[in-house]
Design a binder for this molecule. Structure first.
Ligand code: RB5
Length: 149
């Protein structure tokens, strides 16, 4: 399993922490930056991770900024991306089970209900349930076509 990971400066330290966790779990990592805490812009890294996901170069993406909001908004502009900002194990589970999220977003400067590792683990261990949820994903895909977003 391969994971594309990226963050801005606010998420850099948490990116390194999650990277170490995923490596220890046996995942291959595609680190799309940033590579220091020097100020940078989250859309660049949201885009870079999203492209690895839609081009099937990895199994899923993980993106981090201060709140997780800016980088997930950015990644969600790339057609085919379903980036979910998760603050708990429960959200991470449902992001995969119901929304078939292909990118998980975390905020490094906000209070999480569970540890980042527990949240990522819940995402990894959950499966898309399909069925009625498939129909809703299809409707999301149609929105992308309709509004070219
Ligand atoms: C950077 O200061 C901060 O605005 C960014 O990391 C993020 O929280 C934006 O959504």
């Amino acid at each position: 399993m391969k994971v594309a990971i990226g963050s801005d400066h606010a998420g850099f330290k948490l990116k390194e922490q999650i990277k170490a966790f995923l490596i220890q779990k046996g995942f291959e990592i595609l680190d799309k930056g940033c590579f220091s805490e020097q100020s940078c812009d989250y859309p660049d890294f949201g885009e870079a991770v999203a492209l690895e996901v839609v081009n099937n170069n990895c199994d899923f993406g993980c993106i981090i900024c201060g709140t997780g909001i800016g980088i997930s908004i950015s990644a969600n502009k790339i057609p085919g991306i379903r980036a979910a900002l998760c603050t708990s194990k429960e959200m991470a589970h449902f992001a995969k089970a119901h929304n078939n999220a292909n990118v998980i977003a975390l905020g490094a400067r906000i209070k999480l209900q569970d540890s980042p590792e527990e949240i990522i683990e819940a995402f990894i261990n959950s499966n898309f349930e399909g069925g009625r949820h498939e129909r809703r994903i299809e409707k999301i895909n149609k929105l992308e076509e309709k509004y070219k977003c």
